[in-house]
Structure formats: C-alpha cells, structure tokens
Design a protein around this ligand. Structure first.
Ligand SMILES: *[C@@H]1O[C@H](CO)[C@@H](O)[C@H](O)[C@H]1NC(C)=O
Ligand SMILES: *[C@@H]1O[C@H](CO)[C@@H](O)[C@H](O)[C@H]1NC(C)=O
Ligand SMILES: *[C@@H]1O[C@H](CO)[C@@H](O)[C@H](O)[C@H]1NC(C)=O
Ligand SMILES: *[C@@H]1O[C@H](CO)[C@@H](O)[C@H](O)[C@H]1NC(C)=O
Ligand SMILES: *[C@@H]1O[C@H](CO)[C@@H](O)[C@H](O)[C@H]1NC(C)=O
Ligand SMILES: *[C@@H]1O[C@H](CO)[C@@H](O)[C@H](O)[C@H]1NC(C)=O
Ligand SMILES: *[C@@H]1O[C@H](CO)[C@@H](O)[C@H](O)[C@H]1NC(C)=O
Length: 366
C-alpha cells in the first residue's frame, strides 16, 4: 500500500512540476499556489510538489479526505478558509509532513473525526478554526479530535466566533505547548473546573465578547492555572451583584495580567451599567453588612421603598394634625356612643341574668 503510494507519487511528480491545476495561480519562484473563489468542489489534483504555501479559499469544497493532499510534502502553510467544508476525515493532513499552519476558518464543520488534525512529528504550530464549526454541537467532536490528533506541538489555536456555549472539561489538556488561545466572540457562559487544565505554557488567552456574567471560584481558579497568560476579558455582560466581589478583588490584584482591565464594565444592574468593574468592587462592598445573596439592585429598591413609605407616613400624620379638631370631636362622639351602647348592654345583661338583682337595681334606681 505504502509502496504503491510512493510509486504513484513518483509518477505524478514530473507532471506536477510543470503544470498548474485549472482555476489556480501557481508561482514556482514564490512556491505558492492560489486557487481562490473558483467554485471548486474538490481539492484540485495536480498541485505542484514545490508548493509551500497553498491557498484554496472561497470555493465550495464540502469534504476533505486522506487523499486530498497526497504528495505535497513541502507545504508549510495551508489555508482552506471560507469553503463549505463540513467533514474532515481522520488523517486528512497526515501526508503534509511539514505543515506548520492550517487555516480552516469560515467553514461549517459538523463532522470532525478523532484524528482529523493529525500531522506527523508535532509539526503543526497554528490551527485556525475561527468561525469553522457548524454549531455548538460540534464541540464534543472537536474536543475528541484535539485529544487524539497529537497536537502537543501546537502553539496557537483560534476558536473565535463559533457560538461555543461551554467548554468540555480538559478539552485543551493535550495541547501542552499552546501559547495563544483565542476564544473571543463565542457565547461562553461560565468557566468551570478543568477547563484550562494542561495549558501551563499559555501566554495569551482571549475570552472577550462572550456571555460571562461573573467569574466564580472555579473560573478564578482556572485563570490561576494559566499564570503566565495575558488575559482579554472585555465585552462580557458582567453582573455587578454582591457575588462579584471575589472577581473584582482578583481583578484589582491581577490588573497587570488583564490587558483590557480598564474596559471591563458592569452591564447589570441598570444603575451600575458602564461602571468600571474595578470601581464596582468598592461600591458593592456594602453588601456584606446586610448579608450575602442580596444584590445592590435589591438594596436600592428597598431604600426607595423605605423613602416612599416614610413619606406616605408623614403625609398621614400631617393630615391627622390638620384635622385634629374634627378627629377629637369624632373620637368623643364615638366614645359617647360606645359608652351608651355599653351601658345599655350592661344594664340589660344584669336584668337578664338575675331577675332579683334587676329588681333591686330598678327599685334602687327608682
Ligand atoms: C522540498 O523542500 C526541500 C528542502 O527545502 C527541497 O530540497 C526540495 O527540492 C523541495 N521539493 C520540491 C519538489 O521542490
Ligand atoms: C483566523 O482566521 C480569521 C479569518 O480568516 C482571521 O481573522 C484571524 O486573524 C485568524 N487567526 C489567527 C490567530 O491568525
Ligand atoms: C447542530 O446541528 C445539528 C445538525 O443539523 C443538529 O442536529 C443539532 O441539534 C444542532 N445543535 C445545536 C446546538 O443547534
Ligand atoms: C462574531 O462572530 C459572528 C459569527 O459567529 C460574526 O458574524 C461577527 O462578525 C463576529 N464579531 C466580531 C466582532 O468579530
Ligand atoms: C472544583 O475544584 C475545587 C478545587 O480546585 C473543588 O474544591 C471543587 O469541589 C471543584 N468543583 C467541582 C464542581 O468539581
Ligand atoms: C457606556 O460608555 C460608552 C463609552 O464610554 C458609551 O458609548 C455608551 O453609550 C455608554 N452606555 C451607557 C448605557 O451609558
Ligand atoms: C486594590 O489594590 C490596592 C493595592 O494593590 C489596594 O490598596 C486597594 O484597596 C484595592 N482596592 C480594592 C477596591 O480592593
């Protein structure tokens, strides 16, 4: 099998050197081949073996298989961005022994096989999967593939713009050489335990433009697991309630690491919208005295309610004061009325309960 492949390769080589596939522009001097926006449905055959930089972008390729790049030993940079690739089979790139940079951005990957990104010899340094996933469901496939493709040499991974909602635990744990991780412009809601485990070498982590409301204990612990990484945390809908204090305190202590620390602002509650998180930390500190769990919005509304009730009470007292004469009269009237009723009742009761006594009392009255 292998020998047959080598034979085919040798046979194909001379033709490749001279020709350029239809729809592509080939430059032997620059060792570059570009097949851009030509409605290609497959990776074209006959790409010259001298190619180092291969761009097959803006076409309509939907599937990549193990045979797609046979014989292109010298390719170091491959861009397949902006196609309609939905499936990447295992070992699609295994014949690219010198591949360092793979760009699959702007595709619709729904099926990613376990060894889809395998490149021999830890050569692959950069993998661009920005806007590459069909939807969030592909994240499990992706996690499996990142684990099984042998990417310990990978230094940069771009996963921005993929609609990711959560990251499976240990998804990056086999990318021990990773320096730069782009997770911007997703919908990540929270960072849990083990999300960033195994990323001890990380130098840059971008979590901006996500759906993070807060970094809880687990999230903060994860950020501490990547101690050397510069962080981008801006453009998240931070919720400035009492629970955010550990995060703001951490921010204050770690401000040198957070590149955009000055740009982090509260989105909720409305009263604190646009308040810097650094400033919010000290504002919200008051929460502790009234007990944890209350948020500032609730407190504010209690204060407001108190003021309104106090005002209503004052008005009531004032009205009472203005009407004091009338009220006094009424009270007296009422007292008199009560007294009459009471006395009447009392009298009757005595009559009903003891005829003799009533007799005595009537005689006495008389
Ligand atoms: C591939 O690169 C090597 C080393 O840079 C070079 O010697 C070889 O000629 C190249 N192959 C082709 C087919 O150009
Ligand atoms: C990945 O590709 C996108 C779109 O092509 C580009 O904007 C982005 O800069 C690339 N990421 C990296 C890390 O080069
Ligand atoms: C993703 O797409 C697949 C295939 O269309 C679908 O079955 C799945 O429900 C989608 N997942 C999400 C989270 O939208
Ligand atoms: C975020 O990603 C969406 C697609 O998922 C894209 O349309 C949008 O332009 C991106 N926004 C930024 C600021 O990159
Ligand atoms: C997360 O990790 C911490 C220690 O690092 C542990 O105390 C906690 O129970 C873990 N939480 C979960 C949900 O596993
Ligand atoms: C928040 O601040 C930015 C710039 O500092 C401003 O453009 C925006 O209108 C503000 N939003 C609100 C709701 O105040
Ligand atoms: C921020 O940290 C400084 C010391 O680095 C400290 O003096 C200050 O009180 C802290 N502010 C808050 C709000 O925690």
């Amino acid at each position: 099998m292998l020998r047959f492949g080598v034979l085919l390769l040798l046979l194909a080589q001379p033709a490749r050197c001279s020709a350029c596939p239809p729809g592509c522009a080939c430059s032997e001097a620059a060792q570059t081949v570009k097949c851009v926006s030509k409605e290609l449905r497959f990776v074209p055959a006959g790409i010259p073996a001298y190619t180092r930089n291969l761009f097959i972008t803006g076409n309509r390729i939907s599937r990549l298989g193990p045979g797609s790049f046979a014989g292109l030993d010298n390719v170091t940079t491959l861009s397949l961005s902006n196609n309609r690739i939905s499936e990447v089979a295992s070992h699609t790139f295994s014949s690219l022994h010198n591949l360092r940079s793979l760009d699959l951005s702007s595709n619709q990957l729904a099926l990613i096989h376990p060894e889809a990104f395998a490149v021999p010899g830890l050569m692959l340094k950069e993998l661009n999967l920005s806007r590459a996933l069909y939807n969030h469901s592909s994240v499990m496939d992706l996690a499996t593939s990142l684990r099984w493709s042998g990417l310990e040499g990978l230094q940069s991974l771009d996963l921005s713009g993929n609609g990711l909602i959560y990251l499976p635990p240990r998804i990056f744990s086999h990318l021990s050489g990773l320096r730069r991780l782009q997770l911007a412009n997703n919908s990540i809601v929270s960072i849990y335990n083990e999300t960033f485990s195994g990323l001890g070498q990380l130098e840059e982590l971008d979590l901006s433009l996500n759906a993070l409301k807060i970094f809880g204990d687990e999230g903060l612990a994860e950020l501490e697991h990547v101690p050397g990484a510069k962080l981008h945390l801006g453009d998240n809908p931070y919720m400035c309630t009492c629970g955010i204090e550990p995060f703001t305190a951490w921010l204050n202590a770690s401000r040198v690491r957070v590149v955009d620390v000055e740009r982090l602002v509260c989105l909720f509650p409305v009263e604190l919208r646009n308040t810097s998180l650094l400033a919010a930390g000290s504002l919200v500190l008051g929460c502790h005295r009234t007990g944890e769990g209350d948020n500032l919005a609730l407190q504010t509304s209690y204060v407001f309610l108190g003021i309104v009730l106090g005002f209503v009470g004052l008005m009531f007292l004032f009205v009472l004061y203005l009407n004091r004469k009338g009220i006094k009269k009424r009270v007296y009237d009422m007292r008199d009325a009560c007294r009459e009723v009471w006395e009447g009742y009392h009298y009757r009761y005595e009559i009903d309960s003891d005829p003799r006594l009533s007799q005595v009392s009537t005689t006495a009255d008389v």
